[in-house]
Design a protein around this ligand. Structure first.
Ligand SMILES: [Zn+2]
Length: 389
């Protein structure tokens, strides 16, 4: 079945036409970030024919903070700003509303956002809940995904919740604990030797049969991760922090934070955008190189495997998020990662080494900026329970 959207002048193939679209008003348009063409959303679409990534054309309804206190303590309390119309049929495990707790590191006070306290152990559950809600509502019965671990575990977890079969392509060297979690959720795991790009290519070739539920490419995912921004502002009494620091690989949390803060400023819930700081491992720092105008290079192995994406498809958007928020990007040398991880553990934060990138970025930021009296939030993204180092 093909449908045509009059004001876009394009048409797109819709699979499973009988299965799901009960109301045409439920559909969003996706616009290519490279060529500007727009398409009706479709589970079978994952990128524009020109190669560009999609954005969702979505204007959130007004969020009224006074309506929130009686709602469940999860990310769906912000349902007005989520692009899922039939939210009562959501695929959810109560993810979100993670703690925001005070920590002092080397005399620098900051707020730790404990986003590793999630059903599958990482912030990726925010996006997986939105993405699987969309796919389930469209009648999808099988998905494939490629992941270094956390996104694969999240998609496997929420596929299990939705009773959708999942096949996850992982690098051959992926953490055994993460692979074990993916398998435990009932997903099929396929290990791929070679680069991270080879893993992605494997998933794409399999997506001819099943839907490619990509946490990087599908525009629903970032509308889940943006709820972290809403939570931080609500937890601060509807005030924006000054700085937010986050480990960044493919950028799904960085872009979600930027989207969330941007929407809140548009609705008058906050006045200024917090300044975003992306943190990468020096062994794999494509965003830092992109911002500095340098070419990508092949990455070296790093303990921060969750942020080891050599060529992030949305790197230009990530750079724009930093520039619009007057943010920064830092990279940490490999020898700092394990000590920083152990420091997190001593603070009672049982995270994986990728999460420790937030702490190394905090030290770098404090060298350049006075943080006295500033509200600084560091996002801790993945649980140490899946770390097998
Ligand atoms: Zn395009």
């Amino acid at each position: 079945m093909r449908i045509r959207i009059a004001h876009c002048g394009v048409s797109a193939k819709i699979r499973n036409p009988k299965s799901a679209i009960r109301n045409w008003n439920d559909m969003h348009l996706w616009t290519c970030g490279s060529c500007g063409k727009c398409y009706p959303e479709d589970p079978a679409l994952w990128k524009c024919p020109c190669g560009g990534p999609f954005h969702m054309n979505f204007e959130p309804a007004r969020l009224q903070p006074r309506r929130l206190p009686g709602r469940a303590a999860d990310q769906w309390r912000y349902r007005e700003v989520l692009p899922i119309h039939n939210w009562h049929e959501r695929v959810s495990l109560g993810e979100g509303l993670t703690p925001l707790v005070g920590v002092i590191h080397k005399k620098i006070p900051f707020l730790a956002k404990l986003d590793y306290l999630m059903p599958s152990g990482s912030f990726k559950d925010r996006g997986a809940s939105l993405l699987m809600s969309f796919l389930a509502s469209r009648g999808v019965r099988g998905v494939v995904e490629d992941s270094s671990g956390n996104a694969g575990a999240a998609i496997a977890c929420y596929s299990a919740r939705a009773r959708i079969s999942a096949t996850i392509f992982v690098p051959a060297q992926a953490s055994p604990a993460k692979v074990r979690a993916i398998t435990a959720f009932g997903a099929r795991v396929i290990k791929v030797k070679g680069s991270r790009e080879d893993v992605t290519a494997g998933a794409r070739s399999a997506s001819v049969r099943d839907c490619y539920a990509s946490h990087v490419w599908n525009p629903y995912f970032v509308h889940g991760t943006k709820t972290c921004a809403y939570e931080i502002v609500e937890q601060l009494g509807w005030n924006a922090p000054d700085w937010v620091l986050v480990p960044s690989g493919s950028g799904t949390m960085l872009l979600g934070l930027h989207l969330g803060f941007h929407e809140m400023r548009g609705q008058g819930l906050i006045e200024t955008l917090p300044r975003l700081v992306a943190s990468q491992a020096r062994n794999c720092n494509p965003l830092e190189r992109f911002v500095a105008g340098k070419k990508f290079r092949s990455s070296k192995p790093t303990l921060a495997e969750g942020a080891a994406v050599a060529r992030p498809p949305r790197v230009a958007e990530m750079a724009r998020a930093l520039s619009e928020s007057r943010g920064r990007v830092y990279s940490a040398p490999e020898e700092k990662l394990l000590p920083a991880t152990e420091t997190c553990w001593r603070y009672g934060l049982y995270v994986e080494p990728t999460s420790a990138l937030g702490l190394t970025a905090l030290e770098d930021l404090a060298q350049e900026e006075s943080l006295d009296g500033r509200k600084v939030v560091v996002i801790f993204t993945g649980s140490g329970l899946k770390f097998s180092g």
